[in-house]
Design a protein around this ligand. Structure first.
Ligand code: SF4
Ligand code: SF4
Length: 460
């Protein structure tokens, strides 16, 4: 039996390479219902998230100019390389694992490209231009007042919605509170955010309103390499060739009658315009529309549902015990352990006392002729919070009986969020303090945190 493998060109292009306008038919059914709920939740989640706070900080904040980031209450700075590395590793390998198990489930169910096009922009299109057959007719018809008015209203709503999305998107980067202030301020005072919101609105309207699934096929890097993450056991949307072929109307139909009635309903509903009966294709975003469409037909022709269904190339269900599933899971566990270790050991205030880079000690002659020991030390302070910190460094009370003194050019320190400072200080003490051992261990208190260090000198 032969399948029609028309894979010489992309489904979205005509023979000359021009874009074909794809107007998919609406579909109802089991997966459609769950996708409606998922899309509604994800759109609200994306729009509301930047306006929420955890631990008093914006839930997700990616402030690139200030190099400070907040993710669900965790605060990162650009110098927190290991934290960011482990977090990105978990997300990237997690996506690879999901693809290996369930194919392009991310594309069909959770990718913002699919969620916004399917959950928002296509609904605006239905609202302004009608169901798919009306829209197809309108698209073919010459320009008229009706077509112009409907098209104008559609693009007005596209741009309005794009502007709302753009504001929420920018809030992830500049901070929601700052964004509100910028909205009500003179645009000339905030040129860059203003241009960013303006250009993002244009880019979103173009992408979600016109470019659409072409992005998934031509530009999305994940879409390009997802095929190498899948194998014969990956579960994805597939047509059951053994059951469906020979399809009605084909040359072989008669000796054996396949269940496919060749109604093309699965092609009609496909947003990328492909025929899933031609096998796994790069354009398929696993949106499940063809499953619902075909199930609807199967019910009408009184055949079992599932001619198109979630299935693996080898025909089995989800297989968890596979080399690549185990390897990805192990890598994720390692990254989770690395992230947990870094988070547990991360303090909001980093304090180190280091020795000066010059000689470990010096002996100076005091006014009374005695020898005074001097150590040059450095104090590293790092504010790892989003709040300003003030420090007052004072000589500990137990130093006086030993004759130890602190000399520090600045003892009142003000540290902005995410900043660090290296302060030099000098310890002076009687030479006798280290006599015999050559060292004396003590501590310095910084905002209630004690840091132990050693004063060194000659043993004699
Ligand atoms: S083939 Fe089916 S699952 Fe794939 S994009 Fe088309 S309608 Fe969606
Ligand atoms: S919807 Fe089902 S029956 Fe109709 S053409 Fe597609 S696979 Fe065949």
């Amino acid at each position: 039996m032969s399948l029609n493998r028309d894979i010489e060109k992309l489904s979205m292009l005509d023979a000359k390479g021009h874009k074909l306008k794809i107007i998919p038919a609406e579909v109802t059914g089991h997966f459609r219902k769950y996708r409606d709920w998922t899309e509604a939740f994800l759109v609200l989640f994306f729009l509301i998230l930047p306006w929420t706070k955890m631990n008093g900080i914006q839930t997700i904040l990616l402030d690139i100019p200030s190099r400070k980031f907040a993710i669900f209450g965790l605060v990162f700075f650009a110098h927190d390389g290991p934290l960011l590395f482990f977090l990105l590793a978990i997300l990237t390998i997690g996506l690879a694992l999901l693809t290996t198990l369930f194919g392009r489930a991310w594309c069909g169910w959770a990718c913002p490209q699919t969620v916004f096009i399917d959950g928002v922009y296509r609904r605006i299109e239905i609202l302004t231009e009608g169901k798919y057959f009306d829209r197809r007719q309108l698209d073919r018809s010459p320009m008229s007042l009706n077509k112009f008015l409907r098209g104008s209203l559609k693009w007005f709503l596209f741009i309005l919605v794009s502007s709302i999305i753009a504001h929420s998107f920018i809030a992830y980067f500049v901070g929601a509170e700052d964004l509100i202030k910028m909205i009500f301020a003179d645009p000339r005072l905030n040129w860059w955010p203003f241009i960013l919101v303006f250009s993002t609105t244009g880019a979103l309207a173009f992408n979600f309103g016109w470019f659409r699934e072409q992005f998934c096929i031509i530009m999305c890097p994940y879409g390009r390499f997802q095929s190498v993450l899948q194998d014969e056991s990956s579960v994805t949307v597939a047509y059951d060739v053994a059951r469906g072929e020979p399809r009605k109307g084909s040359a072989d139909y008669g000796q054996k009658k396949g269940d496919c009635v060749n109604c093309f309903r699965c092609v009609e509903v496909c947003p990328t315009g492909i025929d899933i009966r031609n096998g796994a294709q790069m354009e398929c975003i696993a949106c499940t529309s063809c499953i619902d469409a075909c199930d609807e037909i199967m019910v009408k022709v009184e055949k079992p549902k599932g001619l198109i269904r979630y299935s693996s190339l080898d025909g089995g269900g989800v297989k968890y015990l596979r080399a690549r599933v185990i390897s990805y899971t192990a890598l994720i566990l390692i990254a989770v352990m690395g992230l947990s270790y870094n988070i547990i050991n991360r303090s909001p205030l980093e304090i180190f006392i280091l020795r000066g880079k010059d000689a470990p000690y010096a002996l100076n002659t005091a006014a009374d002729g005695s020898l005074v020991l001097m150590n040059h030390m450095r104090l590293h302070l790092e504010n790892q919070t989003f709040k300003e910190m003030n420090f007052k460094i004072e000589e500990p009370a137990d130093w006086a009986p030993h004759g130890i003194h602190l000399t520090m050019p600045e003892s009142d320190i003000h540290l902005p969020p995410g900043h660090f400072v290296m302060l030099h200080f000098f310890i002076t003490a009687p030479r006798e303090l280290v006599k015999g051992t050559g060292k004396f261990t003590t501590k310095l208190d910084v905002n209630g945190i004690s840091k132990i260090f050693t004063i060194v000198g000659p043993t004699e």
